[in-house]
Design a protein around this ligand. Structure first.
Ligand code: ADP
Length: 477
């Protein structure tokens, strides 16, 4: 049995802004069921949804600040969660990264530096908890200083750093280095320095004993200039300790057989019941109710990464085709406005909901026929997995985790019953439009479509598989 400290800036269902929270909520649970002693550590944000009052454990003095550690459990599990409680930093409305108006926290570097320092104390068993982890598993830039700080300790626990998205690096002016009072030894081009800036993520990449990312394809892509953001050299230098492990998905929460949010539950053998969800969604979205028309769904952060601009560029052609388009998302204001404008112009074809809505997300997954995810890059991606489980065939760009989880419907993959969606290569509206047309042809060939839906629904995206791969990695250390 390994003792693992899992450091993260978000964990579902306590606090979530994206896929990292899903991973942090599921992987520890899966590792616990593999009989590992795993504990999560994260900041105690005001917006955490607590079911019961956390228990006070101790107070540590870090950088002249008194920081509390509280203990709770991940809801509906036995996974212990330690909360780093420092009110001046974390007791404000907003999410882990931005305030209520969406502005990044001006002291975000100080916040996560404090979190990293405290986690290092816990990892070194200096927090009066009589618990010494074998492994400290860090995630994304917010935890990047932990492997760096631990590198100065002897003996120290082994460290793993997982990249969930290399686009976010925690870059700050060099002067921040002094203000954070970080050890001088870590400031060099092989350490935390990145082109005369302080880079939190480099702490993970340069000092961790193992680096992972969330799909094998993304692990290769980030070693190239197109996806590496200047870190490709360091990453390819580290290729012997770098690997990709696909995320799993939460099979309980995303299960068409028991999903409480949808109008009509269905399974692989009662796929015809999926239709009732489609008509319910059409009603809810005030679109014409029509069982036969293919419905395209999108659930996404509206940012450049997700290729929403490619979709917007296709909408003019799409509205000429027999289809409907339903989108749920929030993000860049200009993208939101453009989408809302299309919805106003074509109310019979396009429905756009701006916001974050868990139940509508489930309804779209269950109701749409086709799910669009033309990401420019995608470390792993979850929605394409959910879609497959709901028999909603994804159209994806062949990149990162999308390439690793979808088998393009081609004559030979249809023949051998492995096809589970449609993929395309170039990040251009033309390539996406061609994929859409190819999908519509498949949609109209009912028996082929049914078969691909079944192939998709049968795929195994369980966390158990991923957790076993992480465990194998822990056991190497
Ligand atoms: P990323 O983490 O890059 O945003 P993923 O596909 O890995 O992308 O995960 C996104 C997660 O957030 C999924 O669980 C998805 O359903 C959810 N999500 C994204 N946008 C919304 C939204 N507007 N409303 C509800 N859920 C959303």
């Amino acid at each position: 049995m390994k003792k693992i400290l899992f450091a993260t800036s978000e964990v579902h269902p306590l606090i979530k802004t994206g896929g990292l929270a899903d991973v942090a909520g599921s992987l520890p649970k899966a590792l616990l069921s593999l009989e590992q002693d795993i504990r999560i550590i994260l900041p105690n944000y005001q917006s955490i949804k607590h079911i019961e009052q956390p228990r006070y454990i101790c107070t540590l003095r870090i950088d002249n600040r008194d920081v509390n550690i509280l203990e709770t459990k991940l809801p509906d599990t036995e996974v212990i969660v330690w909360l780093v409680d420092y009110r001046p930093f974390f007791d404000h409305p907003g999410n882990p990264y931005v305030d209520e108006q969406g502005n990044p926290w001006p002291n975000i570097a100080e916040r996560f530096a404090l979190f990293c320092r405290l986690t290092t104390e816990v990892a070194m068993n200096r927090a009066y908890m009589d618990w010494s982890p074998d492994i400290v598993h860090c995630n994304d830039w917010q935890t990047g200083l932990i492997p760096a700080l631990l590198s100065l300790e002897k003996p120290k626990p082994a460290t793993i750093f997982t990249i969930h998205n290399l686009a976010y690096q925690g870059l700050f002016p060099a002067s921040m280095y002094q203000s954070l009072n970080l050890p001088g030894k870590l400031w060099n081009p092989d350490g935390l320095e990145f082109h005369e800036m302080l880079s939190f993520i480099k702490g993970g990449l340069a000092y961790a004993d193992r680096i992972t990312t969330v799909s094998p394809t993304y692990a290769r892509e980030i070693q190239t200039p197109e996806f590496g953001y200047g870190l490709e050299g360091l990453l390819s230098h580290k290729q012997d300790i770098l690997s990709g492990i696909l995320n799993g998905m939460d099979l309980q929460q995303w299960n068409p057989e028991s999903d409480p949010y949808i109008s009509q539950n269905f399974t692989i053998s009662s796929l015809k019941n999926k239709i009732a969800n489609k008509t319910a969604l059409q009603k809810r979205m005030s679109l014409p109710v029509n069982e036969d028309i293919p419905v395209f769904g999108v659930i996404s952060r509206l940012v450049e990464q997700k290729g929403i601009d490619l979709i917007i560029n296709c909408l003019k052609e799409m509205v000429e085709m027999p289809l409907q388009f339903v989108l749920l998302g929030s993000g860049d204001n200009s993208i939101e406005l453009e989408l809302q404008n299309y919805a106003r112009l074509y109310p019979e074809k396009i429905a756009v909901t701006i916001g974050y809505d868990e139940s509508l997300a489930h309804q779209i997954e269950a109701s749409a026929d086709i799910f669009l995810m033309p990401s420019r890059f995608e470390p792993c991606g979850l929605n394409q997995m959910y879609s497959q489980r709901y028999g909603t065939l994804p159209i994806v760009r062949k990149t990162g985790g999308l390439a690793d989880t979808i088998v393009d419907a081609l004559p030979h993959t249809i023949e051998d019953a492995s096809a589970s969606g449609v993929s395309f290569n170039e990040a251009t509206p033309g390539a996406l439009l061609e994929a859409i047309k190819r999908t519509l042809i498949l949609y109209n060939s009912k028996s082929a479509w049914r078969q691909i839906q079944r192939n998709a629904m049968k795929k195994d995206f369980s966390w158990e598989m991923s957790a076993n791969q992480y465990l194998a990695l822990y056991n190497q250390l």
